[in-house]
Design a protein around this ligand. Structure first.
Ligand SMILES: Cc1cc2nc3c(=O)[nH]c(=O)nc-3n(C[C@H](O)[C@H](O)[C@H](O)COP(=O)(O)OP(=O)(O)OC[C@H]3O[C@@H](n4cnc5c(N)ncnc54)[C@H](O)[C@@H]3O)c2cc1C
Length: 235
């Protein structure tokens, strides 16, 4: 991380997306170019200098100079309590976009599966928009989003609207600790059910290790290979 360059980024908006998650809009002094799926690294002055950076997926582009991050508060964490003290008008130190967890550049002739929990949905917000709106991807796209309760569902209205507009986009929020008329429990049985009748999948998994490892194993057990499964671990 020592060679990484950090740039001033002004916090221009903060949105409380759920009880524990905030969306931070960062405005750089220069235009920012990124590929859907990439992340930026924030540097936190005041933390032990060897471990004073944290990565955050880009959840959206607001205008040429502005990016959106979607961050969950970790009460016992070192960096997120500092980040959540920051508000509109404060300045952060942020890298330019990094990372290879991106879509293939060539047309994708496969069913796409995006599987995540919590803020792991952040890079998928950009990827799914790009596929549907810009690339006009016509094959099925499935988003399985796991969280605990109704109020934890991130970007719900937006994904519902996309699903209405694009019939090939299948949005599956799954709640593990709430009753509702949608899917419940963990995400695993739900994507496995769709996979019973689907061939030719390309999988993107994002979030915290435990859920991702189990998901990767489940998909591999169906005969898919490493090339079919792209993973971004948050821890
Ligand atoms: C590519 C990527 C993208 C991510 N995107 C998002 C996102 O969009 N939204 C989101 O909410 N989170 C995201 N994360 C997780 C985020 O980077 C932080 O880990 C999270 O915010 C918790 O930080 P914390 O300092 O509050 O918690 P902490 O538990 O204090 O730290 C979290 C991590 O920092 C490292 N760390 C801290 N201290 C030490 C130490 N002393 N020695 C070694 N390692 C240490 C460890 O890897 C630890 O797991 C992403 C992570 C990665 C790798």
């Amino acid at each position: 991380m020592n060679n990484l360059q950090f740039h001033k980024a002004l916090i221009t908006e903060v949105i409380q997306e759920s009880p524990t998650v905030r969306r931070f809009i960062l405005t750089y002094e220069q235009p920012i170019h990124f590929k859907a799926g990439q992340f930026v690294i924030l540097k936190f002055e005041g933390l032990n200098h060897q471990f004073d950076t944290r990565s955050y997926s880009i959840a959206g582009q607001i205008d040429a100079n502005s990016l959106e991050l979607c961050v969950v508060f970790k009460a016992d964490g070192a960096a997120t309590p500092l980040l959540f003290e920051q508000t509109i008008g404060d300045t952060l130190l942020a890298s330019l976009p990094e990372g290879r967890f991106v879509l293939p550049e060539e047309p994708i002739e496969k069913n796409l599966f995006f599987i995540c929990t919590g803020t792991g949905v952040a890079p998928f917000r950009c990827m799914i928009r790009e596929l549907l709106v810009e690339r006009k991807h016509a094959l099925p796209i499935h988003l399985f989003f796991g969280c605990r309760k109704k109020e934890d569902i991130l970007y719900k209205t937006e994904f519902e609207k996309l699903a209405k507009t694009f019939p090939n986009f299948n949005y599956h929020p799954v709640l593990s600790r709430d009753q509702w008329d949608g899917l419940t429990g963990y995400v695993h049985p739900h994507y496995l059910k769709v996979l019973e009748t689907t061939k030719d999948g390309l999988f993107y998994l994002c979030g915290w290790t435990e859920m991702l490892k189990q998901t990767r194993d489940n998909i591999k057990n169906l005969g898919y290979t490493r090339q079919d499964i792209k993973v971004e671990f948050y821890d």
